[in-house]
Design a protein. Structure first.
Length: 362
């Protein structure tokens, strides 16, 4: 009986509550509760939700029930590792294809991996699970996996990878640490990646010099933006460009947790400046650039979840820069882990502090 209870939990969506914002009150409503360390969320065309839990479970929320989805990969659920992001393919409605990122065991360590699978017609299991990519060489710490996956307009997949707690490795392009990698949907390397054919450089690397990018999303032009954890201060939003170096740990607007200086300062030729940075750190996680119709006042704005201060940061994006213009905060925004735009223009976010998924709507 215990196994059945774990596999099929019934919940009653909470009543919609008023949430004050700069555009006036909006509704916030729980659509799933009782989740264990939820990390990533995606909405299917039929309205069902798929939610990853860091310990390795994938949940489908449908018709008032939370059900386990079978067939997920085994994960290294230690430290910050585990089953992490989920993204539906652009053609999910016809192919049932989706992508997962997770911490994969690699000998005595673990590394960020990207897997693809198809969701069965009844939504109960993953089929044809296969790894498309895994970071090399991995690491023995449980830190800084990064681990968002975004499908670009051209169908390539962009995956964020943290420095794994090894700061200098983010500048070493013979490693995947501290990089954004770009692969095709079959796991092969696109021929137009910036370092293809360069000796001593891994061909999957799209950009490098990142610390721990836990948020990633595309704007209306298809440009990728990331939200990245700094050290003590220096959390960043970056506009990701092909072949660019984002400076970690040579430049930073933060300091070490001991208070010591990081690297050479805040700027250096050949290294990109952040579009925005926070000091003190907010511990940013999921990132979304809003493009929907439900909130036309917010179209083009960026939303980033804060794990440390438990709010949703709304940023005005202008060209290559962004600035925080609002902090959306309530009891529901306790440690916001992920934030995505639903097909109807509502906004879904995960509160890992509440073990819940909420929806913001008119």
């Amino acid at each position: 009986m215990r196994g059945f209870i774990l596999a099929c939990l019934t919940f009653v969506p909470g009543a919609a509550l008023a949430l004050d914002t700069d555009i006036g009150p909006v509704n916030v409503q729980a659509v799933a509760t009782g989740l264990d360390q939820p990390w990533g969320v995606a909405q299917m065309p039929n309205g069902d939700l798929l939610v990853t839990e860091r310990d390795g479970a994938l949940k489908r929320i449908s018709g008032g029930q939370v059900r386990d989805v079978a067939g997920v990969p085994p994960v290294a659920a230690e430290g910050q590792g585990g089953l992490l992001d989920i993204t539906l393919a652009h053609d999910f409605a016809t192919t049932r294809s989706l992508f997962l990122t997770y911490a994969k065991e690699q000998g005595r360590g673990s590394g960020t991996a990207l897997a693809a699978a198809e969701l069965s017609a009844d939504g109960s299991r993953l089929e044809n699970l296969r790894d498309l990519f895994e970071s090399a060489p991995g690491g023995r710490t449980g830190r800084h996996f990064g681990s968002r996956v975004v499908e670009a307009a051209d169908g390539t997949l962009l995956v964020t990878i943290g420095d794994r707690g090894d700061r200098p490795s983010a500048q070493d392009r013979s490693l995947h640490n501290g990089s954004i990698v770009r692969v095709n949907r079959d796991g092969t390397v696109p021929g137009d990646n910036p370092f293809v054919g360069q000796a001593g450089v891994l061909p999957e690397i799209w950009s490098y010099g990142h610390r721990n990018p836990q948020g990633a999303g595309l704007d209306a032009r298809g440009v990728m933006w990331t939200a990245e954890h700094g050290a003590r201060g220096g959390d960043e939003v970056n506009r990701v460009q092909k072949g660019a170096n984002y400076g970690w740990p040579v430049i930073s607007y933060g300091v070490h947790y001991s208070g010591g200086k990081i690297g050479e300062g805040t700027a250096k030729p050949g290294m990109e400046q952040p579009a925005h940075y926070w000091d003190p750190s907010i511990a940013p996680s999921g990132l979304m650039v809003y493009q929907g119709d439900m909130f036309p006042e917010w179209r083009g704005d960026m939303f980033v979840g804060s794990l440390k201060f438990s709010y949703i940061s709304r940023l005005d994006v202008s060209g290559e820069t962004a600035r925080e213009v609002e902090q959306i905060e309530s009891d529901e925004t306790l440690r916001v882990r992920d934030i995505v735009e639903a097909p109807d223009g509502s906004i879904l976010f995960i509160s890992v502090g509440n073990g819940a998924v909420y929806r913001i709507s008119r």
